[in-house]
Design a protein around this ligand. Structure first.
Ligand code: NAD
Length: 357
């Protein structure tokens, strides 16, 4: 039976970058190497404009029935004034939660061809290959109670709840350890255990999970130090496992090590094979519709989809190699361009990957 991939272009640059990734996937389908059916749905602002809600039931039904979901990006100033429940971001959070996509994998790999696009010195970042495993469906983004309340006639206060169950920590740590066994056997767990009880439990549980992985070395680091170490000596890391909020921040920081957030793919897995694949960046309203966006993060997300949800690791590698060839040829979107390289637009970059494939 054919696999089903649901495509959710979303907002801003989403439709432009998704088009390039789908172009690459369709070429593989056409060559008979990748038996898959595509279905399209709406999410975020695009869904709000059509249905009034950021995650319509029909999109959720499509996603639930699919083997994998490929998403562009959501959000933009047009919808910023809406109340939280109706905002585009809420649709994405709802989708991740509904799919139980609790493990967000964000690799930060510096392609040697992009060494000069990083703001860090070459010897600090050359050969960088780290993976951030971020817990995605728990923590402070979902904790209840949350809100803003009037405390007296002079002022209001706002509150969110940071809460993790042991079972949530166990399952995300297992994902990190499993992957570390395929990589360089090192997991660094990032927390704030000197201040937060949640982090103290996180640390305890990580130590427990580590018992089942005798070949993997577990270290711990406070989030403030991790943020510093990531720019000071990023190659010390192999797999970083951390909570939703800390992972959100660290993964954007890691993105810049690689030259541009436009290069960073991500996968959000449910632990049973289904995954939501999307670039780590947002909808970039400042460049939307201008054919300036770098589609490589989305194309590389499609490669992750092959690897983690569709059981086609060799096709994943072919896409990744094709991206390497395109960079070798000196083709660059504006975010990764440097003197001596050739500036191309979004579609030209997608075409080049297709040709290399
Ligand atoms: P952003 O990631 O959209 O943009 C940050 C900067 O990076 C901008 O200068 C943008 O032009 C650039 N950039 C992003 N992707 C790029 C690409 N592929 N190629 C070249 N340059 C790229 O973050 P933001 O500006 O903070 O947020 C804009 C909107 O995106 C907001 O509405 C936000 O809520 C939303 N957002 C969505 C997601 C998501 O869909 N998963 C994630 C983060 C932010």
């Amino acid at each position: 039976m054919n696999k089903k991939v649901v495509v959710l272009p979303g907002d801003g640059i989403g439709p432009e970058i998704i088009e390039e990734a789908v172009k690459v996937l369709r070429a593989l389908v056409a060559s008979g190497e990748f038996p898959v059916e595509f279905e399209y749905g709406h999410i975020g602002g695009a869904a709000i404009d059509r249905t009034g809600v950021p995650l319509p039931d029909e999109t959720l039904d499509l996603a639930r029935a699919a083997d994998a979901i490929l998403l562009g990006s959501i959000g933009g100033p047009k919808w910023d004034g809406l109340e939280r429940q109706r905002r585009p971001e809420t649709g994405l959070l709802q989708l991740r939660a509904a799919l139980g996509a609790f493990a967000n994998l964000r690799p930060a790999i510096l392609y040697p061809q992009l060494l000069s696009a990083s703001t860090l010195k070459p010897d600090i970042v050359s050969g960088l290959d780290l993976l951030i495993v971020r817990e995605l469906t728990g923590g402070i983004y979902f904790g209840i109670p949350r809100g803003i309340r009037q405390i007296d006639d002079r002022e209001r206060e706002a509150f969110n709840t940071l809460v993790y169950r042991e079972s949530e920590i166990v399952r995300i740590c297992k994902v990190a350890f499993d992957i570390a066994t395929q990589r360089h056997q090192h997991v660094c767990s990032v927390d704030k255990a000197n201040v937060l009880e949640v982090s103290q439990l996180w640390r305890e549980v990580a130590e427990c999970v580590a018992q089942d992985y005798p070949t993997v070395r577990l270290t711990h680091m406070y989030i403030d130090n991790a943020a510093m170490q990531l720019v000071l000596a990023p190659k010390q890391f192999d797999v970083i496992v951390t909570s939703n909020l800390f992972g959100d921040i660290l993964s954007d920081e890691a993105a810049m090590l690689t030259g541009s957030i436009g290069m960073l793919p991500s996968a959000s897995l449910d632990g049973k094979g289904k995954g939501l694949y999307e670039p780590a960046h947002g909808s970039a309203p400042d460049i939307a519709g201008k054919q300036l966006a770098n589609p490589l993060a989305t194309i590389l997300s499609a490669a992750m989809m092959m690897r983690y949800s569709l059981g086609l690791p060799e096709l994943a590698e072919r896409i990744e190699t094709a991206v390497g060839h395109v960079l070798d040829r000196g083709l660059r979107t504006f975010d990764i361009s440097s003197p001596g390289t050739q500036r191309v637009g979004t579609a030209e970059m997608g075409d080049a990957v297709l040709k290399a494939l």
